[in-house]
Ligand binder design. Structure first.
Ligand code: TEU
Length: 608
């Protein structure tokens, strides 16, 4: 295939290309495996590793991770078997929101290094056959960006129309909540020109006005700048927010999900994405993933269908928003919201989109979430390793491009701060201040944050049992989880039963089995409260994945008409197969080959 050849030349080691071509018509379809496979593309076959640069590796002992630090760990990243690194923002930034407030899109944040360091990182990745995806944060800039400095200086400034301004003489603008503001409002009065500017995130993150064609051209130029350097794609921050109803009507909606229509998914969103694709993305062989919270499943294909020419993929947030956080306020947990059947339903619903067109993504952790093992698994000493392996089995067996967050490959857990002074995330700090002013329940808030705060996912990478976990020789910018003495990369390398070794084997399995990438997904045993089980089928070959989400284990059955063949992966030594039943131990995960039994072949029936 053409793309494969191109990629083989550019990236000689990408194992995904070593497969033989995937025929689209099955030879002898079993009941579970008779649909055509999606069209191949390199970005469907990769495994992405997300590097949070502030917390990955410090090379100059200032306590903050940096680019040279990442370079020193490239062989480790290579050893994981991943094909792509997604790097959170490293651009020049005053760091109000950990780099998501950019003051210069063509410069590197000084505490993270220089452009020469960045170039060396890109070279080092490419030499190892690994691609680099950057973060594109263009719903907003920093208030210290020169565009905003100009824009706020006078009403006639040529940059005035780069941002959303509401002149005070029109009265107070209709209420818009900010995600991060310490007073809650997304409108901030600026006395220099007697007008309010819009900032959905912090007051140091004013929203860009995409309606202005000059703004869009500036952004396309920035994208070209990085693509010309050789960057292989963008993860696009809060992309549905770039188009909004700029009349800013008063909000009529009662329920939180309806609010989104006032903030995002505006009338010109798809026009902008198509323009961006036409002008920039279509000119490069790159991958794109939009961060698309709030996009309903019915609207998904508008973003990702092949013939739309917008994005290739996006992150949907239904999975991570479902499990254990309140729907109306992510700062608090919700212990009633942990139904496995519902979670399975969400995965299955989103898979049905890519069964038609487009392509999906799957993730359980990132820099905005608490740690995957603490949230979906069980981070007690007894279950941490097994449940982390189980979750990696899920991530690496879905019909979607998997994104693995750094540290999850060794099963890093939540730090659970109890003191507000330990927090670094403005989301937690600003809300705490607001609550303190309003006389809210601070103790309840801190208890909640210990479970759900973003800082749980931002503590430094645990490399070894040495001081500061081998992350820094200085004072780390955020506290390190004390479990680093046992949970660290060096220990995991020595222990052949570690999460790390399992993770590497799981990646190799995905790379060697096209059925795990392209095969049809079918949910089994939908209502089972303890077990998530499904099949993946391609070209007459069917694999079954069974995952226990419970400290009590669980049981499920093989699909009717099939018997268990080879076990391709098992996170425990014991086999769960007992005739037509699977008896899973706590958090056990298996990937089995299924064979059609004679009766099934004769009458072509069975399956669920
Ligand atoms: O996150 C978008 C976003 O919606 C988050 O603010 C989310 O509401 C919160 O993290 C709850 O989990 C993106 C980035 O990933 C995040 O780090 C930035 O803070 C934010 O955009 C603003 O750029």
């Amino acid at each position: 295939m053409k793309w494969c050849l191109k990629l083989l030349l550019a990236v000689p080691l990408l194992a995904a290309c070593a497969h033989t071509a995937v025929p689209t018509t099955p030879a002898k379809p079993g009941p579970l495996g008779n649909t055509a496979a999606p069209r191949r593309a390199w970005w469907k076959e990769v495994v992405v590793y997300q590097v949070y640069p502030r917390s990955f590796q410090d090379s100059d002992n200032n306590g903050v991770g940096d680019i040279r630090g990442i370079i020193s760990r490239l062989d480790y990243i290579k050893s994981l078997g991943v094909n792509v690194v997604w790097l959170n923002p490293v651009y020049q930034s005053p760091n109000d929101d950990a780099g998501y407030d950019i003051s210069d899109y063509r410069a590197i944040m000084s505490e993270m290094g220089s452009m020469a360091d960045f170039d060396a990182l890109l070279r080092g990745l490419h030499q190892r056959g690994i691609k680099l995806v950057m973060d594109l944060v263009v719903n907003h800039t920093s208030d210290e960006h020169s565009w905003f400095q100009q824009s706020r200086s006078s009403r006639n400034n040529p940059y005035r129309d780069y941002y959303h301004w509401w002149p005070a003489e029109k009265g107070t603008p209709a209420k818009r909540w900010s995600f991060f503001d310490e007073e809650g409002s997304a409108w901030r009065f600026d006395s220099t020109t007697s007008a309010y500017y819009l900032h959905y995130f912090s007051r140091k993150q004013p929203d860009l006005k995409w309606e202005n064609p000059r703004v869009r051209q500036e952004i396309y130029d920035i994208m070209r700048f990085w693509f010309e350097k050789g960057v292989d794609g963008f993860r696009m921050d809060v992309i549905p927010f770039i188009s909004k109803d700029t009349t800013f009507p008063p909000i009529q909606a009662k329920n939180p999900p309806e609010y989104i229509a006032y903030y995002a998914n505006g009338p010109r969103l798809h026009e902008y994405l198509r323009e961006m694709n036409r002008e920039v993305l279509s000119k490069y062989d790159v991958m794109t993933v939009g961060e698309a919270g709030g996009v309903a499943v019915e609207d998904a294909l508008k973003f990702i269908a092949d013939d739309r020419h917008e994005l290739q993929t996006f992150f949907q947030f239904e999975v991570v928003d479902h499990w254990g956080r309140r729907e109306d306020n992510f700062l608090y947990p919700d212990s009633t919201d942990r139904s496995l059947p519902e979670l399975k339903g969400i995965f299955t619903k989103w898979d049905s989109v890519v069964a038609q067109d487009g392509w999906g993504t799957v993730f359980l952790g990132n820099h905005d979430q608490s740690r995957m093992v603490s949230r979906y698994g069980n981070d007690s000493p007894q279950h941490r390793k097994t449940s982390a392996k189980m979750l990696h089995t899920l991530l690496l067996t879905m019909r979607a491009t998997p994104y693995i967050y750094n540290g999850d490959e060794i099963g890093m857990a939540n730090i659970r701060f109890t003191d507000i002074r330990d927090y670094r995330d403005l989301m937690t700090i600003n809300f705490y201040q607001r609550l303190a002013r309003e006389g809210g329940d601070l103790r309840e808030f801190l208890t909640a944050q210990a479970e759900v705060s973003r800082d749980n996912g931002r503590t430094p990478m645990q490399w070894s049992a040495d001081s500061n976990a081998g992350f820094t020789g200085g004072i780390p910018w955020i506290r390190i989880n004390l479990d680093y003495r046992t949970v660290n990369v060096a220990a995991a390398e020595r222990d052949t039963s570690s999460v790390l070794h399992y993770f590497r084997r799981m990646i190799q399995l995905r790379k060697s089995e096209p059925v795990l990438v392209y095969g049809r997904y079918q949910l089994l045993d939908r209502e089972n409260p303890d077990v998530f089980a499904y099949t993946r089928s391609l070209n007459g070959r069917t694999l079954m994945v069974a995952l226990s989400f419970s400290p009590a284990g669980g049981r499920t059955a093989l699909p009717t008409g099939y018997t268990a063949g080879r076990t391709l992966m098992n996170n425990l030594a014991e086999s769960p197969v007992q005739g037509g039943q699977l008896l899973l131990r706590p958090y056990q995960a298996v990937v089995l080959e299924l064979k059609q039994d004679v009766a099934g072949r004769v009458n072509g029936q069975g399956g669920n």
